[in-house]
Design a protein around this ligand. Structure first.
Ligand SMILES: Cc1ncc(COP(=O)(O)O)c(C=O)c1O
Ligand SMILES: [Zn+2]
Length: 416
């Protein structure tokens, strides 16, 4: 394992790898896991092959012990599709979709969960807790079931039924909290402290970012070592974005790439804390700010894209850094544009996404129309969760079936 410690994302104070907390003891901000890149350069240059299946092919660059055991489910190794017809619709020639609906629990969260639960096993924990808008919960429930761990999932009471049904079916103890995601997060934190559970909650737990970064490695490999111009990321807590940014920074630090893509942050106008903060910083200055002095904006989130509905992003500062340092866009969209992207993506590409996961395409369409993107840019949209996760939203944008009597005449009338 090349992990050699932690560094605070705000004040940069370092901690040794034996450190057992999740937050910087000096300033309370999130930690980033650090590596001795020189020691893994040969493994990494050999093509990441040695470590196992799916994301565990990258074991040399993951903060887990290599005990030789195989992970019971295939995590990651998802397809990167070129979407010609979708791109053509707004005169873009190189639009790609990273289809992370094809993970065991049908969302990109499985990348983070797999690494966090391997960490839990490495340190001898057998109960894992998580706060979730729904996907991190069903992912934790799924992988905990596969690994023989007990999962305790805190969700807002409004979480979509499919995500709850998934978590319950996998055998998790599901706690529906009267309140929103932020309330569920705070209760999970307090309960995990009280009962000594391993808290996998997004952003707060530094191991989640390390799982999500594997998405960048896969994109790079699928493109044969080319670097996209943009990777477009649906954003709530900001951990997916900060993870994908970390992946490109790792590739650069190990010498595999010299360029990195712009990382575009997509949020709903009704849940835009990270985009708002990026804009506020950019209005103030173009030079890199002193991150320890940055306070995140707070909002009261109301978006229908439940996976990215967050008042207080738990990895917000790291996401702001990713957008700022990569030169990416901060794009906020009205909910109707996000919802409209669900059937558009499905009808043009055959990929059925939940609203949050369709949001990157809605953002690309917007950027193409207003001339921010040029026709030749290589763009990767992260399709982060399946449309089956949120049937109510899909129904609202896809319409109703034709209801007919069981006769050819009735059918003809209906088809007219
Ligand atoms: C499908 C989907 N897309 C995007 C996100 C956003 O990730 P993050 O909250 O790390 O910004 C989530 C988070 O729950 C998600 O479930
Ligand atoms: Zn700090």
């Amino acid at each position: 394992m090349a992990m050699n410690g932690y560094r605070c994302i705000a004040c940069a104070e370092a901690q040794a790898s034996e450190f057992s907390g999740f937050l910087c003891p000096s300033c309370g901000n999130n930690l980033e896991i650090t590596y001795d890149y020189a020691s893994v350069a040969t493994d990494v240059a050999a093509g990441f092959e040695a470590g196992g299946e799916g994301i565990f092919r990258y074991a040399a660059m993951l903060p887990i012990k290599n005990d030789g055991s195989r992970f019971p489910l295939r995590i990651g190794a998802t397809p990167l599709y070129v979407a010609h017809r979708l791109g053509d619709s707004v005169r873009l020639r190189n639009v790609f979709l990273k289809d992370d609906t094809q993970n065991p629990s049908a969302s990109i969260k499985d990348r983070a969960t797999a690494v966090a639960l391997r960490r839990a096993i490495d340190i001898g924990a057998d109960i894992v807790s998580v706060a979730s808008t729904g996907n991190a919960g069903s992912s934790t429930a799924c992988l905990a079931a596969a690994l023989g761990l007990q999962a305790i999932v805190f969700v807002p009471e409004s979480a979509p039924a499919a995500k709850l049904a998934q978590s319950l079916s996998y055998g998790a103890k599901v706690i529906a909290v009267r309140g929103n995601y932020d309330d569920a997060f705070d209760l999970c934190l307090a309960a995990s402290d009280e009962f000594g559970w391993f808290n996998r909650s997004t952003g707060y737990n530094p191991f989640t970012r390390e799982g999500k970064k594997t998405c960048a490695y896969e994109i790079w490999e699928s493109l044969g070592g080319r670097v996209p111009d943009r990777v477009v990321v649906p954003t709530g807590d900001g951990n997916l974005l900060s993870g994908i940014w970390k992946g490109w920074r790792d590739l650069r630090a190990t010498g595999l790439t010299s360029r990195v893509p712009k990382i575009d942050c997509v949020q709903s106008e009704a849940s835009a804390a990270i985009c708002d903060t990026v804009r506020r910083i950019r209005e103030g200055a173009t030079a890199e700010p002193d991150w320890s002095s940055i306070r995140m904006d707070q909002v009261t989130a109301t978006t229908v894209a439940d996976s990215i509905s967050v008042d207080r992003p738990r990895d917000g500062l790291a996401a702001v850094q990713g957008v700022f340092q990569s030169g990416g866009e901060a794009i906020t969209l009205p909910d109707d544009e996000i919802l409209a992207a669900v059937p558009e993506l499905a009808r043009t590409t055959g990929i059925f996404a939940e609203p949050a996961a369709a949001a990157p395409w809605a953002a690309v369409r917007r950027l193409a129309r207003d001339g921010t993107i040029n026709a030749d840019e290589l763009i990767v949209c992260i399709v982060s969760g399946s449309g089956l996760k949120d049937i109510a939203s899909a129904q609202a944008s896809a319409g109703e079936p034709l209801l007919v009597d069981a006769s050819i005449d009735a059918l003809k009338r209906a088809l007219q």
